[in-house]
Design a protein around this ligand. Structure first.
Ligand SMILES: CC(C)(COP(=O)(O)OP(=O)(O)OC[C@H]1O[C@@H](n2cnc3c(N)ncnc32)[C@H](O)[C@@H]1OP(=O)(O)O)[C@@H](O)C(=O)NCCC(=O)NCCS
Length: 161
């Protein structure tokens, strides 16, 4: 009985673009994702960067998942932009992708990717790139199931002081 109630509430989950008013509910979710991916979370820096992103139309977009069952958001994804001739100009970068544990494996991730690819197609973006840690096998299987391919390249970065 309980599981059918959960399933029907899942069907009413809504994936939508975030607005600046989502900041307060989004930040704890981002913190959960950073913890999951062992990333350093500095609430002040990330909060400011998020605020800027939510107010901008040129930096990227944030999608969130609402449920009727809970007040909290249960998932989010961030797409930002990169410009690379190799990919025909503007390229989409998924920097964050997270769905809370009870809501995984119900097709929400797939729906989120569909929302992002739809948005990119409309805007003339022809490729989407992302980084996933080697040890995150589940996410790798998820992305592979949706057609993402692993490139024979290493990610390198330089921190400027
Ligand atoms: C990765 C993540 C976003 C996937 O979202 P999801 O809603 O669970 O995925 P879906 O239910 O839409 O799955 C779609 C397909 O992906 C594959 N897949 C998803 N999770 C999988 C898993 N744990 N193991 C193997 N395949 C998986 C399956 O083929 C699945 O289709 P199926 O359920 O019909 O078999 C979610 O598990 C998550 O938030 N994980 C923790 C955070 C994370 O790893 N983020 C990615 C950082 S790069």
């Amino acid at each position: 009985m309980e599981s059918s109630w959960n399933m029907s509430s899942l069907l009413t989950n809504k994936i939508r673009l975030a607005s600046p008013s989502d900041q307060v509910r989004l930040l704890p979710l981002i913190e959960q994702y950073y913890k999951f991916d062992s990333l350093k979370f500095d609430g002040q820096t990330i909060g400011q960067a998020l605020q800027r992103l939510l107010r901008s139309r040129t930096l990227g977009r944030v999608w969130v998942i609402d449920t009727v069952a809970e007040r909290e958001l249960v998932g989010y994804a961030i797409l930002t932009y990169n410009y690379d001739l190799e990919f025909g100009g503007v390229q989409g970068i998924i920097t964050d992708f997270f769905i809370t544990e009870p809501y995984r494996r119900h097709g929400l991730g797939r729906r989120m990717i569909a929302a992002i690819t739809g948005f990119c197609r409309k805007g003339g973006i022809r490729t989407i790139e992302l980084q996933v840690t080697r040890k995150n096998r589940r996410a790798r299987q998820f992305y592979e199931s949706l057609g993402f391919e692993t490139l024979e390249r290493l990610v390198m970065d330089l921190e400027l002081q």
